[in-house]
Design a protein around this ligand. Structure first.
Ligand SMILES: *Cc1c(COP(=O)(O)O)cnc(C)c1O
Length: 362
Protein backbone atom coordinates (compact mmCIF):
# COMPACT_ATOMS: atom_id res chain seq x y z
CA UNK A 1 0.00 0.00 0.00
CA UNK A 2 1.48 3.32 -1.08
CA UNK A 3 -0.97 6.23 -0.90
CA UNK A 4 -0.89 9.12 -3.37
CA UNK A 5 -0.10 11.39 -0.46
CA UNK A 6 0.47 10.60 3.23
CA UNK A 7 -0.52 13.51 5.45
CA UNK A 8 -0.55 11.37 8.57
CA UNK A 9 3.10 10.49 8.17
CA UNK A 10 3.97 14.16 7.87
CA UNK A 11 1.99 15.01 11.00
CA UNK A 12 3.64 12.24 13.00
CA UNK A 13 7.08 13.59 12.08
CA UNK A 14 6.31 17.06 13.49
CA UNK A 15 3.61 16.16 16.01
CA UNK A 16 5.19 17.82 19.06
CA UNK A 17 5.71 21.17 17.34
CA UNK A 18 2.22 21.14 15.81
CA UNK A 19 0.45 20.13 19.01
CA UNK A 20 2.24 22.85 20.97
CA UNK A 21 1.37 25.50 18.36
CA UNK A 22 -2.31 24.50 18.31
CA UNK A 23 -2.47 24.45 22.08
CA UNK A 24 -0.96 27.91 22.27
CA UNK A 25 -3.30 29.37 19.64
CA UNK A 26 -6.35 27.88 21.32
CA UNK A 27 -5.19 29.16 24.69
CA UNK A 28 -4.64 32.68 23.39
CA UNK A 29 -8.26 32.72 22.22
CA UNK A 30 -7.72 35.20 19.37
CA UNK A 31 -9.39 32.99 16.83
CA UNK A 32 -10.07 35.51 14.07
CA UNK A 33 -7.06 37.35 12.60
CA UNK A 34 -5.01 36.52 15.68
CA UNK A 35 -1.24 37.03 16.00
CA UNK A 36 -0.35 33.85 14.06
CA UNK A 37 -2.05 35.21 10.93
CA UNK A 38 0.03 38.38 10.98
CA UNK A 39 3.25 36.44 11.67
CA UNK A 40 2.53 34.05 8.83
CA UNK A 41 1.79 36.93 6.44
CA UNK A 42 5.10 38.54 7.37
CA UNK A 43 7.06 35.33 7.11
CA UNK A 44 5.59 34.32 3.76
CA UNK A 45 6.13 37.81 2.34
CA UNK A 46 9.78 37.58 3.47
CA UNK A 47 10.14 34.03 2.16
CA UNK A 48 8.93 35.02 -1.30
CA UNK A 49 10.60 38.42 -1.30
CA UNK A 50 7.45 40.55 -1.63
CA UNK A 51 6.22 43.48 0.43
CA UNK A 52 2.73 42.28 1.31
CA UNK A 53 0.71 39.16 2.04
CA UNK A 54 -2.95 38.75 3.02
CA UNK A 55 -4.26 35.52 4.55
CA UNK A 56 -7.65 34.44 3.20
CA UNK A 57 -10.02 31.50 3.58
CA UNK A 58 -8.83 29.40 0.60
CA UNK A 59 -6.80 29.38 -2.59
CA UNK A 60 -10.00 29.88 -4.53
CA UNK A 61 -10.79 33.00 -2.50
CA UNK A 62 -7.22 34.22 -2.98
CA UNK A 63 -7.83 34.18 -6.75
CA UNK A 64 -11.25 35.78 -6.42
CA UNK A 65 -10.20 38.56 -4.06
CA UNK A 66 -7.00 39.17 -6.02
CA UNK A 67 -8.96 39.70 -9.23
CA UNK A 68 -11.32 42.10 -7.45
CA UNK A 69 -8.37 43.89 -5.84
CA UNK A 70 -6.96 44.48 -9.32
CA UNK A 71 -10.24 46.15 -10.25
CA UNK A 72 -11.31 43.34 -12.58
CA UNK A 73 -15.01 42.61 -12.82
CA UNK A 74 -18.07 42.33 -15.02
CA UNK A 75 -17.49 41.88 -18.76
CA UNK A 76 -13.70 41.96 -18.45
CA UNK A 77 -11.76 39.12 -20.06
CA UNK A 78 -9.06 37.14 -18.29
CA UNK A 79 -6.74 34.80 -20.16
CA UNK A 80 -5.89 31.48 -18.54
CA UNK A 81 -5.25 27.81 -19.21
CA UNK A 82 -7.95 25.19 -19.74
CA UNK A 83 -5.69 22.56 -18.15
CA UNK A 84 -5.98 23.40 -14.46
CA UNK A 85 -8.19 22.84 -11.45
CA UNK A 86 -11.62 24.45 -11.84
CA UNK A 87 -10.88 27.12 -9.19
CA UNK A 88 -8.75 29.18 -11.58
CA UNK A 89 -11.60 29.73 -14.04
CA UNK A 90 -14.25 29.68 -11.33
CA UNK A 91 -12.79 32.80 -9.72
CA UNK A 92 -12.92 34.62 -13.05
CA UNK A 93 -16.45 33.43 -13.77
CA UNK A 94 -17.82 34.21 -10.32
CA UNK A 95 -16.89 37.89 -10.50
CA UNK A 96 -18.78 38.18 -13.79
CA UNK A 97 -15.67 38.26 -15.95
CA UNK A 98 -15.03 35.92 -18.86
CA UNK A 99 -12.37 33.21 -18.84
CA UNK A 100 -10.58 33.15 -22.20
CA UNK A 101 -8.61 29.94 -22.62
CA UNK A 102 -5.23 29.56 -24.29
CA UNK A 103 -3.66 26.14 -24.91
CA UNK A 104 -0.72 24.77 -22.97
CA UNK A 105 2.89 23.99 -23.71
CA UNK A 106 2.77 20.17 -23.78
CA UNK A 107 6.11 19.87 -21.97
CA UNK A 108 5.38 22.05 -18.93
CA UNK A 109 1.54 21.80 -19.00
CA UNK A 110 1.52 25.58 -18.43
CA UNK A 111 0.16 28.40 -20.63
CA UNK A 112 1.95 28.59 -23.97
CA UNK A 113 3.09 32.22 -24.28
CA UNK A 114 3.25 31.94 -28.09
CA UNK A 115 -0.55 31.56 -28.22
CA UNK A 116 -1.54 34.38 -25.86
CA UNK A 117 -1.42 37.47 -28.07
CA UNK A 118 -3.96 36.13 -30.57
CA UNK A 119 -6.53 36.04 -27.73
CA UNK A 120 -6.04 39.58 -26.44
CA UNK A 121 -8.95 41.95 -27.09
CA UNK A 122 -9.90 45.44 -25.91
CA UNK A 123 -11.61 43.78 -22.94
CA UNK A 124 -8.66 41.71 -21.77
CA UNK A 125 -7.50 42.84 -18.35
CA UNK A 126 -5.28 40.10 -17.00
CA UNK A 127 -3.48 36.81 -17.54
CA UNK A 128 -3.51 33.99 -14.99
CA UNK A 129 -0.67 31.53 -15.54
CA UNK A 130 -0.96 28.38 -13.43
CA UNK A 131 2.30 26.76 -12.33
CA UNK A 132 0.78 23.33 -12.82
CA UNK A 133 2.00 20.37 -10.77
CA UNK A 134 4.68 22.71 -9.36
CA UNK A 135 6.43 23.60 -12.62
CA UNK A 136 6.67 27.38 -13.15
CA UNK A 137 5.06 28.85 -16.26
CA UNK A 138 7.24 30.86 -18.66
CA UNK A 139 6.88 34.04 -16.60
CA UNK A 140 9.28 36.35 -18.44
CA UNK A 141 7.56 35.89 -21.77
CA UNK A 142 4.14 36.17 -20.15
CA UNK A 143 5.16 39.34 -18.33
CA UNK A 144 6.59 40.85 -21.49
CA UNK A 145 3.31 40.25 -23.34
CA UNK A 146 1.35 41.68 -20.40
CA UNK A 147 3.54 44.77 -20.32
CA UNK A 148 3.13 45.38 -24.04
CA UNK A 149 -0.66 45.24 -23.73
CA UNK A 150 -1.12 46.87 -20.33
CA UNK A 151 -2.39 43.68 -18.64
CA UNK A 152 -1.97 42.48 -15.08
CA UNK A 153 -0.43 39.10 -14.29
CA UNK A 154 -1.85 36.99 -11.50
CA UNK A 155 0.07 33.81 -10.64
CA UNK A 156 -1.90 30.77 -9.52
CA UNK A 157 0.68 29.24 -7.18
CA UNK A 158 -1.69 26.75 -5.55
CA UNK A 159 0.48 23.82 -6.68
CA UNK A 160 3.85 25.49 -6.62
CA UNK A 161 4.71 27.11 -3.30
CA UNK A 162 8.50 27.19 -3.09
CA UNK A 163 9.06 26.69 -6.83
CA UNK A 164 11.56 29.00 -8.52
CA UNK A 165 11.85 30.52 -11.96
CA UNK A 166 15.24 32.00 -12.91
CA UNK A 167 16.18 32.42 -9.26
CA UNK A 168 12.90 34.02 -8.20
CA UNK A 169 10.15 32.41 -6.19
CA UNK A 170 6.81 32.02 -7.94
CA UNK A 171 4.22 34.28 -6.35
CA UNK A 172 6.72 37.13 -6.41
CA UNK A 173 7.06 37.50 -10.19
CA UNK A 174 3.65 38.69 -11.42
CA UNK A 175 1.55 41.54 -10.04
CA UNK A 176 -0.15 39.19 -7.59
CA UNK A 177 0.46 35.66 -6.35
CA UNK A 178 -2.25 33.33 -5.02
CA UNK A 179 -1.40 30.51 -2.63
CA UNK A 180 -3.53 27.62 -1.42
CA UNK A 181 -2.99 25.86 1.89
CA UNK A 182 -5.39 23.02 1.06
CA UNK A 183 -4.02 19.97 2.93
CA UNK A 184 -2.51 18.29 -0.14
CA UNK A 185 -0.52 21.28 -1.39
CA UNK A 186 3.21 21.74 -0.77
CA UNK A 187 2.40 23.84 2.28
CA UNK A 188 -0.93 22.56 3.55
CA UNK A 189 -2.90 23.30 6.70
CA UNK A 190 -5.54 21.17 8.44
CA UNK A 191 -8.49 22.56 6.57
CA UNK A 192 -8.85 25.36 4.02
CA UNK A 193 -6.62 28.39 3.74
CA UNK A 194 -5.02 30.69 1.19
CA UNK A 195 -2.93 33.82 0.75
CA UNK A 196 -2.53 36.75 -1.63
CA UNK A 197 1.01 38.05 -2.16
CA UNK A 198 1.97 41.31 -3.88
CA UNK A 199 4.27 44.31 -4.07
CA UNK A 200 1.34 46.53 -5.01
CA UNK A 201 0.15 48.55 -2.03
CA UNK A 202 -3.27 49.27 -3.56
CA UNK A 203 -3.92 45.54 -4.10
CA UNK A 204 -2.80 44.83 -0.54
CA UNK A 205 -5.11 47.46 0.94
CA UNK A 206 -8.10 46.36 -1.12
CA UNK A 207 -7.58 42.65 -0.41
CA UNK A 208 -7.43 43.34 3.34
CA UNK A 209 -10.76 45.18 3.17
CA UNK A 210 -12.43 42.61 0.93
CA UNK A 211 -11.66 39.70 3.25
CA UNK A 212 -13.33 41.57 6.14
CA UNK A 213 -16.80 42.50 4.84
CA UNK A 214 -15.48 45.55 3.00
CA UNK A 215 -14.54 47.35 6.18
CA UNK A 216 -11.40 49.18 7.21
CA UNK A 217 -12.90 50.11 10.53
CA UNK A 218 -15.19 47.72 12.36
CA UNK A 219 -18.89 48.20 11.47
CA UNK A 220 -18.11 50.83 8.81
CA UNK A 221 -18.32 49.38 5.31
CA UNK A 222 -16.81 51.16 2.35
CA UNK A 223 -17.37 48.45 -0.25
CA UNK A 224 -19.22 45.15 -0.48
CA UNK A 225 -16.88 42.45 0.73
CA UNK A 226 -16.64 38.88 1.92
CA UNK A 227 -15.99 36.84 5.03
CA UNK A 228 -12.73 35.28 3.88
CA UNK A 229 -10.08 35.22 6.54
CA UNK A 230 -7.36 32.68 7.19
CA UNK A 231 -8.12 31.06 10.58
CA UNK A 232 -5.67 31.76 13.39
CA UNK A 233 -5.48 28.05 14.13
CA UNK A 234 -4.54 27.23 10.55
CA UNK A 235 -1.95 30.01 10.56
CA UNK A 236 -0.43 28.55 13.73
CA UNK A 237 -0.09 25.17 11.99
CA UNK A 238 1.35 26.79 8.89
CA UNK A 239 3.97 28.72 10.89
CA UNK A 240 5.34 25.39 12.09
CA UNK A 241 5.20 23.80 8.65
CA UNK A 242 6.77 26.75 6.83
CA UNK A 243 10.06 26.02 8.60
CA UNK A 244 10.10 22.58 6.99
CA UNK A 245 8.93 23.59 3.51
CA UNK A 246 12.32 23.93 1.78
CA UNK A 247 13.48 20.58 3.13
CA UNK A 248 10.22 18.91 2.09
CA UNK A 249 10.45 20.41 -1.40
CA UNK A 250 14.05 19.18 -1.68
CA UNK A 251 12.86 15.69 -0.78
CA UNK A 252 10.12 15.95 -3.41
CA UNK A 253 12.78 16.85 -6.00
CA UNK A 254 14.95 13.96 -4.81
CA UNK A 255 12.00 11.62 -5.20
CA UNK A 256 11.34 12.93 -8.70
CA UNK A 257 14.96 12.16 -9.53
CA UNK A 258 14.59 8.60 -8.21
CA UNK A 259 11.40 8.18 -10.24
CA UNK A 260 13.16 9.41 -13.40
CA UNK A 261 15.95 6.86 -12.94
CA UNK A 262 13.56 4.04 -12.06
CA UNK A 263 11.29 4.76 -15.05
CA UNK A 264 14.10 5.44 -17.52
CA UNK A 265 13.76 2.00 -19.15
CA UNK A 266 9.98 2.19 -19.45
CA UNK A 267 9.13 2.95 -23.08
CA UNK A 268 5.47 3.73 -22.39
CA UNK A 269 6.06 6.28 -19.62
CA UNK A 270 7.35 9.82 -20.12
CA UNK A 271 8.67 11.42 -16.94
CA UNK A 272 8.18 15.15 -16.21
CA UNK A 273 10.09 17.74 -18.19
CA UNK A 274 11.95 20.37 -16.18
CA UNK A 275 12.81 23.61 -17.97
CA UNK A 276 16.25 25.19 -17.60
CA UNK A 277 16.64 27.62 -14.69
CA UNK A 278 13.61 26.25 -12.93
CA UNK A 279 13.11 24.67 -9.51
CA UNK A 280 10.11 22.37 -9.72
CA UNK A 281 8.02 22.06 -6.54
CA UNK A 282 6.52 18.66 -7.51
CA UNK A 283 3.20 19.08 -5.77
CA UNK A 284 2.27 16.23 -8.10
CA UNK A 285 4.50 13.77 -9.90
CA UNK A 286 2.79 13.45 -13.24
CA UNK A 287 3.89 11.20 -16.06
CA UNK A 288 2.44 10.63 -19.50
CA UNK A 289 1.61 7.06 -20.18
CA UNK A 290 0.48 5.34 -23.37
CA UNK A 291 -1.74 2.61 -21.93
CA UNK A 292 -3.23 4.56 -19.05
CA UNK A 293 -6.21 2.34 -18.23
CA UNK A 294 -4.01 -0.72 -17.95
CA UNK A 295 -1.40 1.11 -15.88
CA UNK A 296 -4.06 2.36 -13.48
CA UNK A 297 -5.52 -1.12 -13.08
CA UNK A 298 -2.06 -2.50 -12.25
CA UNK A 299 -1.40 0.26 -9.72
CA UNK A 300 -4.80 -0.20 -8.12
CA UNK A 301 -4.26 -3.95 -7.78
CA UNK A 302 -0.92 -3.27 -6.06
CA UNK A 303 -2.52 -0.73 -3.70
CA UNK A 304 -0.60 2.19 -5.17
CA UNK A 305 -2.35 5.55 -5.20
CA UNK A 306 -2.79 7.29 -8.55
CA UNK A 307 -4.94 10.07 -9.93
CA UNK A 308 -5.68 11.90 -13.16
CA UNK A 309 -5.17 15.65 -12.77
CA UNK A 310 -7.30 16.50 -14.77
CA UNK A 311 -9.58 14.21 -16.79
CA UNK A 312 -11.56 16.99 -18.53
CA UNK A 313 -10.17 20.32 -19.73
CA UNK A 314 -12.12 23.31 -18.53
CA UNK A 315 -13.30 24.41 -21.98
CA UNK A 316 -15.22 21.12 -22.21
CA UNK A 317 -16.85 21.35 -18.78
CA UNK A 318 -20.62 21.61 -18.70
CA UNK A 319 -20.50 24.75 -16.57
CA UNK A 320 -18.64 26.64 -19.33
CA UNK A 321 -20.90 25.53 -22.19
CA UNK A 322 -22.12 29.15 -22.45
CA UNK A 323 -18.59 30.14 -23.52
CA UNK A 324 -19.12 28.14 -26.72
CA UNK A 325 -15.91 26.12 -26.83
CA UNK A 326 -15.85 22.69 -28.46
CA UNK A 327 -13.77 19.54 -28.68
CA UNK A 328 -10.59 20.19 -30.62
CA UNK A 329 -10.23 23.84 -29.57
CA UNK A 330 -7.20 23.11 -27.36
CA UNK A 331 -5.53 19.97 -28.69
CA UNK A 332 -2.55 20.04 -26.31
CA UNK A 333 -4.77 20.28 -23.29
CA UNK A 334 -7.06 17.54 -24.61
CA UNK A 335 -4.05 15.31 -25.32
CA UNK A 336 -2.83 15.87 -21.78
CA UNK A 337 -6.19 14.98 -20.24
CA UNK A 338 -6.03 11.63 -22.06
CA UNK A 339 -2.47 10.66 -21.15
CA UNK A 340 -1.43 12.16 -17.79
CA UNK A 341 -1.23 10.10 -14.63
CA UNK A 342 -0.02 11.28 -11.23
CA UNK A 343 1.88 8.90 -8.97
CA UNK A 344 2.53 9.03 -5.21
CA UNK A 345 4.60 12.07 -4.24
CA UNK A 346 5.44 13.44 -0.81
CA UNK A 347 8.57 14.15 1.19
CA UNK A 348 8.28 11.00 3.32
CA UNK A 349 8.00 8.70 0.30
CA UNK A 350 11.04 6.40 0.20
CA UNK A 351 13.33 5.42 -2.67
CA UNK A 352 12.46 1.74 -2.28
CA UNK A 353 8.76 2.53 -2.59
CA UNK A 354 9.43 4.49 -5.77
CA UNK A 355 11.37 1.59 -7.25
CA UNK A 356 8.48 -0.65 -6.32
CA UNK A 357 6.03 1.66 -8.14
CA UNK A 358 8.27 1.66 -11.22
CA UNK A 359 8.37 -2.17 -11.15
CA UNK A 360 4.58 -2.35 -11.07
CA UNK A 361 4.51 -0.08 -14.12
CA UNK A 362 7.25 -1.98 -15.96
C1 LIG B 1 -5.95 23.78 -5.19
C2 LIG B 1 -6.00 24.72 -6.30
C3 LIG B 1 -6.71 25.93 -6.25
C4 LIG B 1 -7.69 26.26 -5.15
O1 LIG B 1 -7.25 26.17 -3.88
P1 LIG B 1 -8.26 25.88 -2.66
O2 LIG B 1 -7.42 26.27 -1.49
O3 LIG B 1 -8.58 24.43 -2.70
O4 LIG B 1 -9.44 26.74 -2.82
C5 LIG B 1 -6.59 26.83 -7.28
N1 LIG B 1 -5.84 26.55 -8.35
C6 LIG B 1 -5.17 25.39 -8.48
C7 LIG B 1 -4.33 25.17 -9.68
C8 LIG B 1 -5.24 24.43 -7.47
O5 LIG B 1 -4.57 23.28 -7.61
Amino acid sequence: MIPLIDLKKQYEAIKDEIDAAIKQAVGEAKYILGPAVKSLEEQIAAYLGVKYAVGVASGTDALLLALLSLGIGKDDEVITTPFTFIATAEAIWNIGAKPVFVDIDPDTYCLDPALIEAKITARTKAIIPVHLYGHPADMYRIKEIAKRHGLRVLEDCAQSFGAEYKGRKVGAIGDVGCLSFFPGKNLGCYGDGGMITTNDEAVFEKAKILRQHGSRKKYFHAISGYNSRLDTLQAAVLLVKLKHLDRWNELRRRNAFIYAEALAGNKTAKTPFIAAQVKHAFNYYTIRIANREEAMAKLNRAGIGNMIYYPLSLHLQEVYAPLGYKQGDFPKSEQAQQTVLSLPMYAELGGEQIKNIAEVLA
